[in-house]
Design a protein around this ligand. Sequence first.
Ligand code: AMO
Length: 452
Amino acid sequence: MNTRTLVKNLAALPDGPVTVSGWVETVRDQKKVQFVILRDESGAVQLVNPATRELPEPIEGGEADAAASARLATTESISALAHGTFLTVSGELKHDERVKLGGLEVKIGSLEVVAEANPETPIAADSSLDKRMDWRFLDLRHPKQHLIFRIQTTFEHALRQYWVDNDFIEIHTPKLMASASESRAELFEVDYFEGKAYLAQSPQFFKQMAQPAGFGKVFEIGPAFRADPSFTSRHATEFTSIDAEMSWVDSHEDVMRMHEELLVAAFTAVKEKHGAEILDLFGIELEVPTTPFPRIPLAEAKQIVADRGYVIPRDDADIDPEGERQISAYVKETYGHDFVFLTDWDISLRPFYHMRHPEDSALTNSYDLIYNGVEISTGAQREHRIDVLVEQAKEKGLDPEELEFYLDFFRYGVPPHGGFGMGLARVLMLMLEEHSIRETTYLFRGPTRLLP
Ligand code: AMO
């Protein structure tokens, strides 16, 4: 059993013997004293070593001083330490207010180099994002990066907690599929024995399947794949999708209500646990959103954007990224809110499985959720009437025969239902005001990135 103490736990210990392990961050090698900043996964501590540069002359006829030899060896090995070397150090913990780093230091007794590091570090603070991604394991060593993934852990845990408290069932749907569930254009095809399979773009069909299966409410946090050739800061070819689907919704309004409650629960948990660190490392005072989030029909949103002087390039098109930024700015100015649901999307912009608006069949019972200027989620009530669903599939140019397995879900009693999908890395990117989902994805996958 390893007896090392985590750095974050040193403060609570009395002065006395301790063992710590971690990576060498810096070495200050002075003539009379050496300082090493050692970092483990919990924090950094200063190690100190009174330097022994040469052995005293042995007294005539006497033995060399063994303790002095050991101190000389320790001094020499500290001088040779490369940044990133992994050490185990045993020594004496001493609390001392004058030490800037945490008010304590460890006087080195013995030092073991557990794993050496190449002396040339391949990345520096000013390396390009791409270079940092090449060396992601080194890039991830920094406290800011650790915090991102501790926040991710808390965020996901809070989502699960909310769903468990509200009787949702967790599902794990297959990522190998026989057909597309979203746009065919973004489909990865793989050889599958004698035939072909496709990587799941979304758990869409299978989370819907849980409704006729009688599960009522379900969720999944899992991988999704999109053969999207774009190089934007918000697209990956593989991403973690947060999905929920529930029965007995009257409209997309019920889905939005669950969605906003869920986000409030998750943001509250993140703020409680990490608020101070987020302020310290990112300079951000995290805001927990208030409910209800503002809701604006898409057509109205486009008008607001136009009135602000931004013309979305094609009138029939989706609201584009600049349009999203503009509507977010408007919502922030008008309602002081970071989130906005854009509702009632045109059928031309939505997949066949969205339910049409009861009062205007050119629109759907659907929404996008925009957070700080970027879409993080799409949700909708689904069409559950089989005859209407088949018609809508045909209108979108889909062959109902290819979708037979999905259409069967609707032939044996399916409750009205709805749900949403939300990109995990996008939420974290916007929460922490990062510029790319590469920063908030453990290992990013894009058109030209399959390594490491
Ligand atoms: P949609 O395609 O809008 O909807 O995806 C839902 C959310 O997933 C995230 N996302 C992505 N994140 C990173 N890289 C990508 N290439 C990428 N594509 C999507 C976004 C987006 O808002 N089945 C529906 C959801 C539903 O109706 O339940 C769907 O997948 O944050």
